[in-house]
Design a protein around this ligand. Sequence first.
Ligand SMILES: C[S@@+](CC[C@H](N)C(=O)[O-])C[C@H]1O[C@@H](n2cnc3c(N)ncnc32)[C@H](O)[C@@H]1O
Length: 221
Amino acid sequence: MIMSSRSFAEYRAMFAIGDQELHGVILDCGGGASGFVAEAAAMGARALASDPLYALGVDVIIDRLSADLDQGNAMISANADRFVWDWYGSPERRRKMRLDARSAFMADIRRRPGSYLASGLPRLPLADDSVDLVLCSHLLFTWAGRFDRGWHRAAITEMSRVSRGEVRIFPLVRLGDGEPVDFLDDLQTELRADGLVCARRRVPYEFQRGADHMLTVRKRP
Ligand SMILES: C[S@@+](CC[C@H](N)C(=O)[O-])C[C@H]1O[C@@H](n2cnc3c(N)ncnc32)[C@H](O)[C@@H]1O
């Protein structure tokens, strides 16, 4: 799995994050080399990331980032018709955003390692209701070829356990063909039966063609 490095700006758009939401505790689940936590912390927000790859240690992670960025860019070039550039403006602008985010991540994980939790879904080493907002970018649904519906249900249940607010997941389509995940409706039915409230909400971001919705999940009051 590619360890990508989306920026704070991409996260704000993908998850339609409002100014007010930056005042709570935010968890970036499957954070990879995203700059979100670093950039949010620099603005005074309290943010944490979790990812099993953090167990590899900073040097190993940093070593593989360039190869992962190249692999991601090659995949986009090979499937150019599946992407829209309105949000980024150009491939160069996207690339610069990713490199800046990666630099912010690298500096932050060295300076504040305690904000990067080495753990993998469907388990999180956090107490019930301990964060205000959980974000999950390009892990669930993106990798539906690798993780089945049961895993998604367990992962969403776990993210909801630690959140006293909302869980937001983006995108809702598969990597590669960009098609909607076929088990999404059934999964939502299961989550509702588990006592969770879920909805699809449009966001002001689209890169994979047609991928402009996130899934929001919260505990039923
Ligand atoms: C495509 S990257 C996305 C990184 C970042 N969220 C972004 O949008 O740039 C997917 C990340 O999910 C992580 N991952 C893989 N399995 C995971 C699991 N079981 N729980 C949490 N994260 C996982 C990978 O290590 C990888 O860093």
